[in-house]
Ligand binder design. Structure first.
Ligand SMILES: [Fe+2]
Ligand SMILES: [Fe+2]
Length: 204
């Protein structure tokens, strides 16, 4: 499996939690009530799995390698992707702020959360679309076999040493728990992934 396929599989899991976020935003509108416990779980997933782990693999390992193979760090697509990761971080902070307000009993918190959540959802879905259909195709063209193998090893180190053993799997389980709660279909990802991706029957 190529490194870009690992990242695409992770996109499917991120989309699964985005679908839960959309449902929570709708609940906020309909009931003017924020489900704090679930919102905190989603925020934890986006901060750790989506940003620290997944965006970390892109920013620390994939993008520098693509730049070493010719993409401009300033005016190329990796710069745009980094900027969108930063925008996502600001929106996650906005969701955290809304959760804090909800805990303080602020009646405007559900509407605030729903607005920021929808912006985050739109941003991340468009970002994933660009990576899946443009940047990763470019990467597969620019990177040779040993580059892809180097990235795969780097991803394993990122998951095991930088994130901590078991952290990745912990968040896959959290994504499943949220999907069950919100009635969202679990992501379907390819087998032979090397990860314990939950929809993979071999690893289920
Ligand atoms: Fe990205
Ligand atoms: Fe990505």
């Amino acid at each position: 499996m190529r490194a870009t396929e690992i990242l695409m599989n992770e996109h499917r899991i991120i989309e699964q939690v985005l679908a839960c976020l959309e449902k929570e935003a709708l609940n906020c509108d309909l009931k003017n009530r924020l489900e704090v416990d679930s919102a905190e779980k989603m925020i934890a997933f986006f901060k750790t799995f989506a940003d620290k782990c997944h965006h970390g693999k892109e920013e620390d390992r994939l993008f520098p390698l693509l730049e070493a193979r010719g993409l401009s760090p300033d005016s190329g697509p990796t710069g745009v992707m980094r900027h969108e990761h930063d925008m996502g971080r600001s929106l996650i902070a906005g969701m955290e702020e809304a959760v804090t307000k909800a805990k303080q009993g602020d009646s405007r918190a559900p509407a605030l959360f729903a607005g920021v959540a929808r912006n985050y959802d739109r941003l991340l879905r468009a970002h994933i679309e660009k990576e899946d259909h443009c940047l990763f195709a470019m990467a597969d063209h620019l990177l040779n076999e040993s580059d892809q193998a180097l990235l795969l090893r780097g991803f394993e180190v990122a998951e095991a040493e930088e994130m901590g053993h078991g952290t990745h799997d912990l968040y896959l389980a959290l994504a499943d728990g949220l999907a069950e709660k919100y009635g969202v279909e679990r992501a379907s990802v390819e087998c032979a992934c090397g990860h314990k991706l939950h929809a993979c029957s071999t690893h289920a």
